[in-house]
Design a protein around this ligand. Structure first.
Ligand code: UD1
Length: 417
């Protein structure tokens, strides 16, 4: 089992290059099922979820090659498979994103239901309702959705709450449907815009991505093309918090500041000095004031930054309230942070953080991807040596984490036990 050992208290200085966005790369890879044309994706992050998705594509009959770091080239041959098995879907919910493309392309799909996960029930009911609205027939057998259709037909679909994956699944399916589809109350995340741009490059007709109403005019087929994945705003936000805690001019490069504006604003409100340009952020730590946050769909404060911001607030002088509105059970990092001495009380969807607390090192357990990131940040500031177990959670979404941190002065190493 691989673990991470961190010796806390080192100042962070220098440059960290932000990689491609995992949450944009995964739907982009799923979208390659929509075409037999050659698709070249660049700025693809080297994270485990990307490896898993490439394996899934191969099982579905797509030829996948990775000729250089950050580059994935796919070529379809009329998808030959139609099944995403439980073993895969349970490790990575985003594999459910193959449902829309498979249905649109082949008229059939058998995809495992993801089931609950550590951060809550996370149902896929809105994905399913949208596929039915597009004309798919769905049956649930043995924990799988078995979906069939003739050609999908464009429809009016209104999401009752915005769902990122639901919007993506539906947008992909609608590209090859007969007629026009309108998605209302769509998610507006930058990853949706990135997916729309890829699909448009491949020949899809999509308008409105990034707003709450997206229209897709179905076409008969998509071709090939090249697309660069956007930078990862959550990776950037995580290093931004690292800089707020320990930065002595820590500079993030290759980011899109606009995509993490809410996070930059909240971190700056704590008193941290941030010099921002369109694609670079330089951060210098300061005395921290408490700042409340409430997670919301984009452009609100991202739920994927909640655990990291909570950790930051353990170092602010006073009380901050962190409210999680997107997922119902996303405070699993709190018991681990308690073990390092943090003073945090949970009351329903609110966590009250009282600081500043000098954290002490401990042996802690990663529970999900972003919770693990908050433990790494805690280890960076804690006195002594922190060991983080279950590293595979971090490897799902953070590229070269220990190398990037070590390059700016942290003492971090991976070891096996
Ligand atoms: C995506 C991101 C994840 C992020 C989340 C919210 C990827 C691969 N993952 O997840 O990192 O935390 O957006 O920004 O991009 N819901 C339903 N029914 C559905 C679909 C969603 O009830 O059919 C609920 C979810 O349980 C959740 C909320 O809607 O409470 C938002 O979920 P959604 O936006 O769909 O998140 P994901 O796409 O799973």
């Amino acid at each position: 089992m691989e673990k991470l050992r961190i010796e806390g208290g080192r100042t962070l200085a220098g440059e960290v290059a932000i990689g491609g966005a995992k949450n944009a790369a995964l739907p982009a890879l799923a979208a390659t099922l929509l075409t037999d044309g050659e698709v070249t994706l660049t700025n693809v992050p080297a994270v485990r979820d990307v490896d898993t998705t490439c394996r899934l594509l191969e099982q579905l009959g797509v030829e996948v090659s990775r000729p250089a770091p950050g580059v994935v080239v796919t070529r379809g041959q009329g998808p030959t498979g139609s099944e995403a098995a439980y073993d895969l879907v349970k490790t990575m919910r985003a594999s459910f994103l193959v449902l829309g493309p498979l249905l649109a392309r082949t008229g059939r799909a058998r995809v495992s239901l993801p089931g609950g996960c550590a951060i809550g029930a996370r149902p896929v009911d809105r994905h399913l309702a949208a596929m039915e609205a597009l004309g798919a027939k769905l049956e649930l057998h043995d924990g799988y959705v078995e979906a069939t259709c003739d050609r999908l037909c464009g429809a009016e679909i209104a999401f009752d709450v915005p769902t990122v994956g639901g919007t993506e699944n539906c947008m992909m399916a609608a590209t090859l449907a007969r007629g026009s589809t309108t998605l209302r109350n769509s998610a507006r995340e930058p990853e949706i815009v990135d997916l729309a741009e890829l699909l448009i490059t491949l020949g899809a007709k999509i308008e409105g991505a990034g707003t709450d109403t997206i229209t897709i005019e179905g076409v008969d087929e998509l071709g090939g093309g090249s697309h660069a994945i956007i930078p990862d705003r959550i990776e950037a936000g995580t290093y931004l918090v690292a800089g707020a805690l320990l930065g002595d001019d820590l500079t993030l490069t290759h980011c899109v500041t606009e995509h993490l504006q809410t996070v930059v604003d909240r971190v700056a409100a704590t008193g941290v000095q941030i010099d921002a340009s369109a694609d670079r952020l330089t951060i210098r730590r300061a005395e921290l004031h408490p700042v409340d946050v409430r997670t919301q769909p984009y452009p609100g404060f991202p739920t994927d930054m909640q655990a990291q911001f909570m950790l930051l607030m353990t170092q602010a002088a006073g009380s901050a309230v962190i409210r999680e509105t997107v997922f119902e059970n996303r405070f699993m990092h709190v018991p681990e942070l308690h073990r390092m001495g943090a003073d945090i009380t949970i009351d329903g969807r609110n966590a009250v953080v009282r600081g500043p607390t000098a954290l002490s090192s401990a042996h802690v357990m990663a529970t999900d991807l972003r919770a693990s990131a908050s433990l790494v940040l805690a280890g960076l500031i804690a006195e002594g040596e922190t060991v983080i177990d279950r590293l595979y959670h971090l490897d799902r979404g953070y590229e070269n984490l220990e190398a990037k941190l070590a390059a700016v002065g942290a003492h971090v190493e991976r070891f096996r036990e």
